[in-house]
Design a protein around this ligand. Structure first.
Ligand code: IMP
Length: 425
């Protein structure tokens, strides 16, 4: 197997966790390169469900090494909680199998406070963030005042950085947002207590990847969120604060772009979105409710109901282009069962013009009208199908049409949450 980057092709929640889990079995090293615990990957093995927000899903496979790259933002408390929860399930989470780059930025209590304070203040213009402090942490990184995992081993530097950051944050929290201020010494003492458990995980991630490459090992880069939440290429400002595109796997882990061979896009058979922002194929009707109920479309991180709609191949074509996507995994096909017809958005209309790609100007996506094609639905239970040939003709036609409209081959088909409900073509 070549080195693979897994990306969410839509707005996140495409079912990446399951495919990452499956491909982890064939990889030696699994690396996360962006985002933080705003993600939520649900993996079901033998009926037991595990939700991971931060630690790469590959940890559930014995003998695999998992790394958290410099592009991730890490909440120390969440990391340790996940370590403890996995250990309680008998999973080996020792530093021999799990590493954090010293360059990974830490999400601190003031980042969470700022995230929540800002969203509260935005009133009608909320981004609908997960409230996990993701944006404010990336802001500090770019402002060059961030605290990094490696600083945990240097208490003086840590103290100086936290004090400096809080000088500004406390003014904003108190005077602008009317939120409680934070005490620098308290923040530092909590961090130093966590440091004892965290510092053994510090690893030169870039060097570890290079070593694995030299040994001919296969590496899986596990993306979080979705391409249209990318801070540059997504539906700005309704995006997350990291680059979710495949190329950030290189910058976010410390390798060059030549290390990335296969770019596998995970595509849900319909579309969902959590939080605010334009969503051309959204269904605010019974069909939307049907998809939400059948697909259990409630956030793994926040529990929020997800907005649901038809599959949008304009969105998909944009994803193919932005990521040099090589192939795709189509997930949750079983959810479409029982719908009399399946609609696929093939293009948009904007100001009397037909668009094959997403408009580039801010706000324009909110004004497009989707142009649909309709295909027959299916009533058969496909969750037991184990090979592509067993799928009913309407399902195969749906897949073929997606391939035609996106220009990319569907290499994996998923028809249920369990590891077994997956077909590799
Ligand atoms: P943030 O990443 O918490 O700042 O949230 C920014 C936007 O990205 C919001 O609309 C969130 O709902 C969305 N978002 C963040 N992480 C995920 C994810 O893992 N899946 C789906 N949406 C996400």
């Amino acid at each position: 197997m070549a080195n693979t980057v897994i990306i969410g092709a839509q707005w996140g929640d495409e079912g990446k966790g399951k495919i990452v889990d499956m491909l982890s079995a064939e990889s030696d090293l699994i690396v996360r390169f962006q985002g933080g615990n705003n993600a939520g990957h649900t993996i079901k093995v033998d009926g037991r469900e595990t939700i991971l927000h931060l630690i790469p899903s590959g940890i559930l496979h014995e003998n695999k090494v998992c790394l958290i790259g410099n592009g991730v933002v890490l909440d120390p408390e969440v990391f340790l909680t996940e370590v403890d929860a996995l250990a309680a399930k008998g999973v080996d989470v020792s530093p021999a199998r799990l590493g954090i780059s010293p360059k990974t930025h830490l999400i601190l209590p003031y980042h969470k406070a700022m995230d929540q304070a800002r969203e509260a203040k935005r009133a009608g213009k909320k981004i609908g963030t997960t409230g996990r402090g993701i944006g404010p942490c990336y802001e500090d990184k770019v402002a060059r005042i961030g605290v990094r995992a490696g600083d945990l081993a240097q208490p003086d530097l840590l103290r100086e950085k936290v004090r400096h950051a809080l000088l500004e944050k406390n003014v904003l929290l108190r005077d602008l947002y009317h939120f409680p201020v934070l005490d620098a010494d308290e923040v530092v003492s909590t961090l130093l207590a966590q440091a004892e458990r965290l510092t053994p995980y510090l690893t030169d991630v870039s060097a570890a990847i290079q070593k694995a490459q030299n040994a001919g090992q296969d590496i899986l880069f596990e993306g979080a969120q979705g391409i249209h939440l990318d801070v540059d290429h997504g539906t700005y400002p309704y995006v997350t604060s990291s680059n979710t595109v495949a190329s950030s796997a290189a910058a976010g882990s410390g390798v060059g772009p030549r290390a990335l061979d296969r770019i596998l896009g995970i595509v849900k058979a319909y579309t969902t979105r959590v939080g605010s922002g334009p969503f051309p194929t959204e269904l605010e009707d019974d069909t939307g409710n049907y998809l939400r109920t059948q697909g259990h479309e409630f956030g793994a991180t926040t529990g929020r109901p997800r907005r649901c709609g038809w599959l949008d191949t304009v969105v998909l074509r944009e994803t193919v282009r932005l990521n040099s996507m090589t192939d795709m995994a189509l997930t949750k096909l079983d959810v479409l069962r029982g719908l009399p017809a399946l609609r696929i958005c093939v293009a948009y209309e904007l100001d009397g013009q037909r668009l094959e790609y997403m408009p580039q100007m801010e706000g324009a996506l909110g004004r497009v009208t989707p142009i649909y094609e309709e295909l027959p639905g299916f009533d058969e239970d496909i969750s037991d199908c184990t090979s592509y040939d067993q799928l009913p003709q309407p399902v195969r036609d749906y897949i073929t049409r997606i391939e035609e409209l996106s220009g990319v081959r569907v290499s994996i088909v998923s028809v249920g949450p369990d590891r077994k409900a997956t077909m590799v073509r």
